[in-house]
Design a protein around this ligand. Structure first.
Ligand code: BG6
Length: 522
């Protein structure tokens, strides 16, 4: 019998797809206020506010909630609502705002214009929060979201404490803080920021965001590894030849040249997103899905990363910067021609590193990581490449036998594929590689929600599983510091060294060739 399509449960009255029953997140129970610092910025418009709106649309937000935007630009509550409406209309995955939902949502949006170091404006924030508690029934629960430029994070935290908005000042309810990346620009600055955070918040109240961890296929890594029996026995040095983690983009710096030129690919992608992927693939099974059990294992594996000595940097890493080229058939400028980028910049837009994990499971298995902008294709994946068979029984017919590969596809395709060998149909015993593919879209009949939607909801619920704990952030900085130091002090004469739209610099290929391996094609 066909399932009945019901209109119950959707805030905009639209029909609910019964096939999705049980797949959506549950409604958050605690009433709360969310305060977005940096509310005029791109992140708020493109990601955060559309995420909040869709959480409301899908009945995930609690009945009683308020949203406060705080930033430097001058505007009224009314202007802010209009601006957010335009942003949601443009960027929301559910299309333009719908009535009567939008009017109800907009009435819960307030704006405070202020400088991040003026206590008066923070007092105004306090007043608004108290008013919301009274009028919207938000019960004193507060989620602060730092979406400002990172230089401002410490100031906001200090001001919150100064006006009595820190968790210790609270008579009722809970307070949490979400900290956007980058968490520091090197090990020292990360430690300094952590010291500031620590003065006001306890670790369990801090949610360091890495949006890669909110991507559905990234969460599936744990399901693949720990909800199946057939992968874990071969997930080790006895069977795995190497692991290749790729986060390739076709975009350039997208108007963020000012930030990026001081960051580069190693800081922007490898230190956080890519190393977090490594941790999920390489960690030991946690004893439960509890946030701290998972994060304990991530910390353990990251602390086993073999330090790369400054002398080894040349052999263990490669870097590149794109010149002009063709992306999706269209000509694009080189990095040095991008807006707000130094025309003689030596910032890398491509970084690749080889790490080893010094533990029983992974001894001597190389983990190759790479990330770059303006590459041939947007493509992120983790490929576990297995060793060859120990003995060949098929003679010439087996010449095309490949080594097995398991690929966790992160984006744009989402799923898992396994490459293995099969007999080619026919009278002879010809063998070649074939691919078995699982895709989320077709497998579950759903389109994954954007990572930010999942992560903000988790922070509102108090579930820190998909957020990075300080000890892991520190380990990740420790792993990349020798590379950053070495790159800073060695001239890069060959930049730009790859064409926009290509596979990346030749030196990255050479790094694997020297080990008798090659990169998978982007
Ligand atoms: C951000 C980086 O963290 O991740 C950007 O700062 C990068 O430079 C982006 O483009 C990539 O995210 P995604 O989800 O598009 O892979």
């Amino acid at each position: 019998m066909a399932a009945e399509v019901t209109t119950r449960g959707r805030a905009d009255g639209a029909a609910v797809n019964p096939l999705r029953a049980g797949l959506d997140s549950n409604r958050i129970t605690d009433p709360l206020n969310v305060v977005f610092f940096g509310a005029s910025g791109d992140l708020t418009k493109r990601m955060l506010m559309p995420a909040m709106y869709n959480l409301r649309l899908n009945d995930v937000l609690p009945t009683n909630f308020g949203i406060i935007g705080f930033s430097r630009s001058e505007k009224s509550h009314y202007d802010f609502r209009e601006e957010m409406k335009e942003a949601i209309d443009e960027f929301s995955r559910s299309g333009p705002t719908k009535e009567p939902l939008w009017t109800d949502f907009a009435n819960r949006l307030h704006y405070i214009q202020g400088s991040f170091d003026d206590p008066e404006e923070f007092k105004e924030l306090k007043r608004q929060l108290e008013e919301n508690d009274e009028k919207l029934g938000t019960a004193g629960n507060r989620l602060y979201y730092l979406a400002t430029p990172p230089g401002v994070f410490p100031k906001v935290i200090q001001m919150l404490a100064a006006v009595g908005l820190g968790p210790k000042d609270q008579a009722k309810g809970w307070t949490r803080i979400v900290v956007e990346k980058p968490f520091g620009t090197d090990l020292d600055s990360a430690r300094a920021l952590q010291a500031e955070v620590n003065k006001v918040f306890e670790e369990k109240q801090v949610y360091r965001i890495d949006h890669y961890l909110g991507k559905e296929p990234v969460q599936d890594i744990m399901a693949l590894r720990f909800a199946n029996v057939m992968f874990e026995p071969i997930w080790n040095r006895l069977y795995v030849d190497c692991v290749q983690i790729t986060a390739a983009e076709t975009v350039g710096v997208e108007g963020r040249g000012g930030y990026y030129d001081h960051a580069g690919a190693l800081r922007d992608m490898i230190q956080n997103h890519v190393i977090n992927l490594l941790a999920l693939v390489a960690m030991e099974p946690p004893i439960s899905p509890h946030a701290d059990h998972i994060r304990d294992e991530k910390f353990k594996v990251l602390s086993a990363l073999r330090p790369i000595s400054v002398d080894q940097v040349g052999r263990f890493t490669a870097r590149g910067q794109y010149g002009p080229g063709l992306v999706d058939g269209k000509p694009v400028p080189g990095y040095r021609e991008e807006e707000s980028v130094d025309p003689n910049s030596i910032t890398e837009t491509y970084a690749c590193t080889k790490f080893f994990i010094d533990n029983w499971r992974w001894a001597d298995v190389p983990f190759y990581l790479r990330s770059g902008k303006r590459l041939a294709r947007k493509h992120s994946e983790i490929a576990v490449k297995f060793r060859g068979i120990p003995h060949r029984i098929f003679g010439e017919a087996g010449d095309q036998i490949e080594t097995n590969t398991l690929v966790m596809k992160i984006q744009p395709d989402e799923g898992v594929s396994i490459r293995f060998n099969a007999k080619v149909p026919g009278p002879k015993m010809h063998i070649r590689g074939v691919t078995m593919d699982f895709n989320y879209g077709t497998g579950f009949g759903v389109v994954s929600a954007p990572a930010y939607e999942r992560l903000i909801a988790d922070a509102m619920r108090g579930d820190a599983t998909l957020f990075t704990r300080w000890d892991a952030v520190e380990q990740a900085w420790m792993a990349v510091m020798p590379i950053l130091d070495r790159w800073l002090t060695t001239a890069t004469v060959d930049f730009p060294n790859y064409l926009a739209g290509s596979q990346g610099p030749q030196s990255a290929d050479a790094l694997l060739v020297a080990d008798g391996r090659e990169w998978r094609r982007i």
